[in-house]
Design a protein around this ligand. Structure first.
Ligand code: ADP
Ligand code: MG
Length: 898
């Protein structure tokens, strides 16, 4: 008797060449062989009588050879014909003519008087019923026949040196010699019907189609069950790990939501509360957030991070690209700085800290835009072109702008590197600021920190101006005065020389009362937010007009100090940033998280399981939220993401403009262009996407540049810029900033734009050679538009007449719903390549089909989960065998993960 792990070499009857061929299929043991399942089955049950007509399906017939002949055609070519007659012919019987073209060996095998079985499709040829190139077998011994014919016959994927037929013979014999008791059950009997041994037999050589289907169900369920046990074990393992609760009481979140210019959708609220529950639990969160492009995942991520920050933890926000990281950083600063949250950007190209310096930077729509609608004052440059000192941390922010009468500015001045202001020096600076107050400007608030100063001032008209025109003190002049005046005092005080201040300073135009309010409070809270002052400690270098009016220096508990107190509770012990934004590279660089509580990973589909594992392996385990805009078919959610809890945003924010999608032939470019122009004239913006397969290819970059020239020409006089992956990151960022501000009308880009980029005024995307992209990618690209209130247009240019291409593009014309696109994509593509199981760290499937067997997957998953719910450590005696099951698979699977 052979056993399940018996090496096939030990079966003396398998010839060596066959063993080698089997090995190429990865088959070495009996079990390997018997779980090498047929790809399909053929109905070769013998047909009761010879056909008198054509049939569509191939049939199996058995008869006696009554005549053979060879005919020549086209010179040397030969046709061999064998005519068969039914075993019990009757008056109506027709003989069957089997024909083989140019197969000399057939001629040698078949002779008159033999009984043979054939399997093929009968065709009417003239008056004769013919079968061309049937599979056949000369009947010598009936057992051999019953393996290959007269039954539902398994068809195996062949390999070089091993025909399906040979493999079938080997399987048949091994099965016959193998004892039923050799098979251990895999799935519990509550999940599957019958014995595994019966299922294995029946999948190879079923008695009926029903038996085949039942066997397949049994085996698929077993396979899925094993996989789900592995997934469930990972899931329970991670939730059994000691974690911490990372959830603050929610006051900060409340304030954030109040300040948002929109209400969360019901779906967003639901998801936030799901996350909140996980954060509050003291096991690590592992949650997948799915939501179509534009459904507002970022706000949800921010909400989660605020909860963690409020609880005193750091949060990390990781994006797949530099552009996206920069964008998130800007959004976070805009929304969170007013709340006093400190944010840092850490990417390979740029490292920047928000708060305490520079104040209120990162609002690209700043002063320049506002002051353009000026009321007649000679514009003067605020900042002379200071030399861009190498390594100046904030040089990027020195945006020149024009001034406006009675404008209010929030200004930050930093000290020279390593220069820390002593308490006395700080007092001196404050005195300097007060010195000019109500002379050259009105000062609303100021705060002198050890290495920088924040102030909120409104420049006054110059009193010595008597030309009738009101000229205001330029900001540059004011700051120069403040700096030199204070530097002089400080150097005198400290008996030092040299400069005290950095050349650059950062100013932000105050745009509204709310803005003013926010900046005012930001400045007054700063020492507590940053942790320079302890919670109940006084910080004497803060100044407001009120303080001035009431005897300066005495610290009173009034309305304003209570703001300080409220905010002081948010303070982290040290000045570490509370939120770190970066690319996925954050995982690999030695970024020091001092106490990471939550990691958010944006656009998970670009992020492998192994990378995620790297994050979750940290001690203590942070909560992890992964977000994806690629809607995932249900089976994949249960497998590849099976160890994650899933939250779905299934609703779009209201008042979104419609997106119209149209496929156009490249020949129609002219019409398309004139349409785009009408939209550009209305002030809308455009993305043009061209397919660059390999951005590392120099030739391609050249092609992109040529393409760009062409588009500049086509869209003149509208301004275009070129964006692709090889542009250095800081430059990329500037290009995006200009586009976001509306300085550029069109962006000619590669797919670096694919994910996340969010510019509401961009309402058109034109995709060249659209057929070259995958559906999911096209949907992502289309997701760049339709983000504002305006109607948006997605134009897919294609010149491909191929049927599959037009079927693919038609899906996008039909629907803007990402889930529908994903399902269609899943249908159009083979099951194999979706996200690749290798990347998932799960064993490859031998029989189950992720597309077809959704329901079985669901049942298997429920069964596995319920075992773990009852006995998470698999300690019960009846669950022992599952341990083995998991261990075996671990061994197989983790070798796949690179
Ligand atoms: P995605 O889910 O693709 O990451 P984003 O988070 O970038 O989407 O959101 C797209 C845009 O929708 C952003 O400009 C965001 O400010 C806005 N937004 C998010 N939630 C809402 C909402 N509830 N109502 C209106 N606009 C919203
Ligand atoms: Mg996004």
């Amino acid at each position: 008797m052979i056993n399940i792990s018996e090496n096939l070499e030990n079966l003396s009857w398998i010839p060596r060449p066959r063993l080698l061929a089997l090995r190429r299929l990865g088959i070495e043991t009996t079990e390997d062989l018997l779980t090498h399942f047929p790809r399909r089955h053929e109905d070769r049950t013998e047909f009761p009588q010879f056909p008198r007509e054509e049939t569509d399906a191939p049939i199996c017939l058995c008869g006696e050879v009554i005549k053979t002949s060879v005919r020549r055609f086209g010179g040397w070519k030969k046709i061999f014909e064998a005519t068969l007659e039914e075993a019990q012919p009757n008056a109506l019987s027709e003989p069957l003519v089997c024909r083989w073209f140019n197969l000399h060996y057939v001629q040698k095998m078949i002779a008159t008087g033999q009984r043979i079985v054939v399997f093929g499709r009968p065709r009417l040829r003239g008056k004769r019923i013919c079968m061309d190139h049937p599979e056949f077998e000369v009947i010598e011994n009936d057992e051999e026949i019953s393996i290959h014919f007269r039954r539902i016959t398994p068809i195996y994927p062949a390999t070089e040196g091993l025909s399906p037929r040979v493999l079938r013979g080997i399987v048949y014999r091994v099965l016959r010699e193998f004892p039923d008791a050799g098979w251990q059950p895999i799935a519990p009997s509550t999940l599957v019907r019958g014995e595994r041994s019966d299922a294995i037999r029946a999948i190879h050589f079923p008695e009926s189609w029903e038996a085949r289907d039942a066997a397949r169900e049994h085996l698929v369920l077993s396979e899925f069950f094993a996989m789900q046990m592995l997934i469930a074990s990972r899931r329970f393992e991670s939730s059994a790990r000691a974690g911490q609760a990372h959830c603050g009481p929610g006051a900060l979140l409340e304030r954030f939501l109040k300040a948002l210019p929109f209400e969360l959708t019901a779906a967003q609220r639901k998801v936030v509360s799901e996350i909140q529950r996980d954060l509050a639990a003291n096991y690590p969160m592992n949650r997948l957030l799915q939501g179509d492009v534009g459904s507002g995942k970022t706000v949800v991520a921010i909400s989660a991070m605020l909860l963690a920050v409020e609880a005193g933890y750091q949060a990390a926000f990781m994006a797949p690209t530099q552009i996206l990281a920069e964008q998130h950083y800007e959004v976070l600063r805009r929304w969170l700085e007013p709340l006093g949250v400190q944010i840092a950007l850490r990417t390979a190209a740029r490292q920047e800290e928000s708060g305490p310096l520079p104040l209120f930077a990162g609002q690209p729509s700043g002063s320049a835009r506002v002051s353009r609608a000026d009321d007649g004052v000679t514009p003067s440059r605020t900042f002379p072109e200071a030399d861009a000192a190498e390594g100046a941390r904030y040089s990027r922010r020195r945006l020149p702008h024009f001034e406006k009468p009675w404008a209010i500015y929030a200004v930050t001045i930093g000290t020279k590197k390593n220069r820390c202001l002593s308490p006395k020096a700080r007092t001196s600076v404050l005195n300097s600021l007060r010195h000019f107050h109500e002379k050259r400007y009105e000062m609303f608030a100021a705060c002198v920190m050890p290495d920088h100063v924040h102030l909120l001032i409104q420049p006054w008209p110059k009193s010595d101006d008597n030309t009738g025109k009101s000229a205001f003190w330029p900001l540059s002049e004011l700051l120069h005065s403040i700096k030199s005046f204070s530097a002089h005092n400080i150097n005198e005080l400290e008996k030092k020389s040299g400069s005290v201040w950095q050349k650059e300073h950062f100013d932000r135009y105050v745009r509204s009362d709310r803005d003013l309010e926010e900046k005012f409070h930001y400045i007054l809270r700063n020492p507590w937010d940053v942790g320079v002052a302890g919670q109940n400690e006084d910080y004497p270098w803060i100044w407001t007009q009120d303080d001035e009016a009431r005897n300066e220096g005495s610290f009173r508990r009034d309305a304003e100090t209570s703001t300080r107190d409220a905010c002081a509770t948010l303070t982290v012990a040290n000045a570490d940033p509370q939120i770190i934004v970066g690319t996925h590279a954050l995982l690999y660089e030695s970024v020091s998280f001092s106490n990471l509580g939550l990691a958010v990973i944006d656009e998970q589909h670009k992020f492998g399981v192994a990378q995620r594992a790297r994050l979750t392996a940290r001690e203590p385990a942070p909560d992890v939220l992964v977000m994806t805009a690629t809607p995932i078919p249900r089976t994949l959610t249960m497998t590849i993401y099976g160890d994650l809890d899933v939250s779905t945003i299934d609703e779009m924010p209201r008042n979104r403009g419609k997106i119209v999608t149209a496929v156009r032939d490249t020949a129609k470019l002219g019409e398309v262009l004139s349409f785009l122009r009408t939209q550009l004239e209305k002030g809308r913006q455009l993305y043009v996407i061209y397919p660059l397969i390999d951005e590392s290819d120099k030739l391609n970059v050249k092609a992109a540049a040529a393409e760009y020239e062409l588009w500049c020409e086509r869209l003149r006089p509208f301004g275009c810029e070129l964006l692709h992956g090889r542009i250095p990151a800081p430059e990329k960022q500037q290009i995006m900033d200009r586009f976001r501000r509306g300085d550029t009308n069109a962006l000619i880009s590669t797919t670096v734009l694919e994910v996340g980029v969010d510019v509401a005024n961009a309402t058109m995307v034109l995709i060249e050679n659209a057929e070259r992209f995958g559906l999911a990618q096209l949907h992502q690209l289309r997701g760049r538009i339709g983000r504002g209130e305006h109607k948006s247009y997605c134009i897919l240019l294609s010149s491909s007449p191929a049927k599959e291409a037009s079927a693919k593009l038609a899906v996008l014309e039909r629907t803007t719903n990402g889930f529908e696109v994903a399902e269609a994509d899943w249908e159009l593509r083979g099951p194999g390549d979706v996200l690749g199981t290798a990347q998932s760290g799960l064993p490859a499937l031998k029989i189950g089909d992720l597309k077809r067997d959704v329901e079985l997957m669901r049942r298997a998953r429920a069964a596995a989960m319920s075992i773990f719910e009852m006995d998470a450590r698999l300690e019960l005696p009846e669950n022992q065998r599952f341990r083995r099951l998991i261990v075996e698979q671990q061994g197989q699977s983790f070798s796949h993960v690179s």
